[in-house]
Ligand binder design. Structure first.
Ligand code: MG
Length: 209
């Protein structure tokens, strides 16, 4: 008898959950997911599969897709670099949900990286925009990622307090895990074939909720 009772309770709970999604999808979305205040992205082998300072000879040219986006750039010697599959989707999702975006790169060729950021294009909320325009601050140079993030916070908020905000760093270099000492969540990008993936990103979001 009690099994029937449990099944009935479960049925009522499932119906109530469906009802929330039907009546207030935005509310359901918001109650489901919590987003970080700031998300930081390394560039080489995190969002694109190359080292800007050793693989590429400028000038760079875009290869435009039929939808107006640019996912591949080609350098002067014909070498093509295609941005990792899920990058545009991840950045768009974060931005739409109010997260500030930072790029943090130690490349010795920031000029080439900046050209890449200008040349890649994505459709963000119905408009074709450059990849670079998605970021609120871009940081460069051979120093710790903690320094990168601090300088970016200074530009965005006018202070450098890492610990008072929920911040994450997506990065393919294990040594950058040191950011965790400052309260930043390190999300390790371990697959050089796929870079930062939707799954990795979702797993991180789930850890916040
Ligand atoms: Mg890297």
């Amino acid at each position: 008898m009690y099994q029937v009772f449990i099944v009935m309770i479960l049925a009522i709970m499932i119906k109530a959950k469906d009802l929330i999604h039907i009546l207030a999808p935005n509310l359901a979305q918001n109650t489901r997911m919590h987003y970080p205040e700031v998300a930081t992205f390394d560039l080489d082998y995190t969002i694109w599969p190359c080292y800007c300072d050793s693989h590429l000879n400028p000038p760079l040219k875009p290869i435009k897709s039929s939808n107006g986006e640019v996912r591949t750039v080609v350098d002067a010697s014909g070498y093509q670099v295609t941005i990792y599959d899920d990058v545009y989707r991840i950045l768009s999702d974060l931005k739409k949900n109010g997260t500030k975006l930072i790029s943090a790169s130690r490349t010795w060729a920031p000029d080439i990286a900046k050209q890449m950021l200008k040349t890649y294009k994505l459709n963000y909320e119905g408009e074709i925009v450059s990849l670079g325009s998605m970021f609120d601050a871009m940081e460069w140079g051979e120093r710790s990622k903690v320094g990168h993030i601090r300088d970016a916070l200074k530009k965005i908020y006018g202070d450098t307090d890492l610990k008072k905000r929920q911040i994450c760093l997506f990065d393919d270099e294990g040594r950058n895990k040191e950011v965790e000492r400052q309260g930043v969540t390190f999300v390790y990008v371990t697959d050089p074939e796929r870079g930062v993936t939707w799954k990795l990103y979702q797993d991180y979001l789930k850890s916040l909720n």
